[in-house]
Ligand binder design. Structure first.
Ligand SMILES: [Zn+2]
Length: 385
């Protein structure tokens, strides 16, 4: 390979390492990057004058004006009149992103029984919502079902759709290939490429917990270094560090559910014993509190919380996370369990790590994977996250 050739993985690192574009880059990527810089600023800061865009992005006024002209022609931004002026001279025209002009189709595959989907605006507002029973389909049958479901969502959209995002269980590589999702009988399945060919649109696929983390990061106001722990049938985690999603060497970063936390514990679906999932999954927690009075149930949930805190302490310390977000049934997670996990985390980490740490419930609730699937599309198509 010549020195100037980059593999897809290398180019992903070069362009996609930081979710939120913050600075100028090399000339060959400059135009796309600078365009993303402007959209990113408008998305998060709202309507801005060209002069303030130039100041915020460190681009020249000429570059900003050229890019804004292109974005106006594409219908992605609009001029919003003048800001009430305090300064003398010509008042500045504000430019704003048209978050209602285009839509995104998002699909959540995290529930084994139901496929959930939505059409969303670029601002993450749900326009249309649909769901469909899986009826125990798996393998190719599930891909066919997913294709039909995505077509239904696309036909329900009320504006042009810029892409389709899917949050899937299992290990998923950066190109949307499902490396392994045993419960869906998917192995080495190029899901994004297959769906893209069938639907005629760009399709992004990522692990559901990673997708949840992106949803909380972009739409839920989560910190730039944080972990989202998803608690459902299983336990998973998505991690963002310094504003970039953590993929890991085998794209399996965040697979905390099968870390052993109890020696000789309960048998786990993975074939081993005492995994975090055997203590913390929603069914395991429900079993732990079944038939108990309120005080006993709190004690059982606190015990699970201490196990969680002990499992998270090295992760939180290694990455110096600002927040851990719990995503799952609040009646199980948001009480004695969360308090005990917080106390254990503080006890087991040095103050520089633990003192400022927040362990809280995810802000987006049941829509978190759908929101994150929309962010997959925003990030891929517009450079926004
Ligand atoms: Zn396991």
């Amino acid at each position: 390979m010549s020195a100037t050739t980059t593999t897809p993985r290398e180019s992903r690192r070069a362009l996609g390492a930081g979710l939120r574009a913050t600075a100028k880059v090399l000339p060959e990527h400059a135009r796309a990057h600078n365009r993303a810089l402007l959209l990113q600023h408008l998305f998060h800061a709202g309507p801005t004058s060209r002069a303030d865009l130039a100041r915020a992005t460190a681009l020249t006024r000429v570059t900003v004006s050229d890019l804004v002209s292109v974005l106006l022609a594409e219908g992605l931004v609009e001029e919003l009149g003048v800001r009430p002026g305090r300064r003398v001279g010509k008042p500045a025209t504000l430019v704003g992103m048209r978050t209602d002009a285009y839509q995104v189709v998002a699909v959540d595959l995290s529930d084994e029984a139901v496929v959930r989907g939505a059409v969303l605006t670029l601002a993450g507002e749900v326009v249309v919502r649909r769901s469909l029973a899986v009826d125990e389909r798996s393998g190719d049958d599930l891909v066919d079902l997913l294709t039909r479901f995505a077509r239904r969502l696309l036909s329900a959209a009320t504006r042009p759709v810029i892409g389709v995002g899917v949050g899937s269980p299992g290990v998923v590589d950066p190109w949307g290939r499902v490396v392994e999702a045993p419960n869906r009988a998917w192995s080495d399945l190029p899901l994004a490429a297959l769906l893209s060919e069938r639907l005629g649109l760009p399709v992004q696929v990522a692990n559901d917990a990673d997708t949840a983390a992106l949803g909380e990061y972009t739409y839920g106001g989560a910190a730039g270094s944080m972990l989202v722990l998803t608690v459902g049938q299983g336990v998973g985690a998505g991690i963002v560090v310094d504003g970039a999603r953590v993929h890991g060497a085998g794209d399996a970063a965040g697979e905390l559910g099968h870390v052993t936390v109890v020696d000789d514990g309960e048998p786990c679906a993975c074939g081993r014993r005492g995994c975090l999932e055997t203590v913390l999954s929603a069914p395991a927690l429900r079993r732990a509190v079944a038939g108990l009075d309120a005080a006993e149930a709190d004690a059982a949930l606190a015990a699970a919380g201490r196990v969680l805190g002990a499992a998270l302490a090295p992760v939180v310390s290694a990455l110096n996370l600002a927040e851990v977000l719990l995503c799952g049934p609040p009646e199980l997670l948001d009480g004695a369990l969360r308090r005990a996990a917080t106390d254990t985390l503080r006890e087991r980490t040095m103050p520089a790590v633990g003192a400022g740490l927040r362990l809280r419930m995810a802000a987006l609730g049941g829509d978190v994977v759908l929101a994150g699937a929309a962010v997959l599309v925003l990030a891929a198509q517009l450079g926004i996250s």
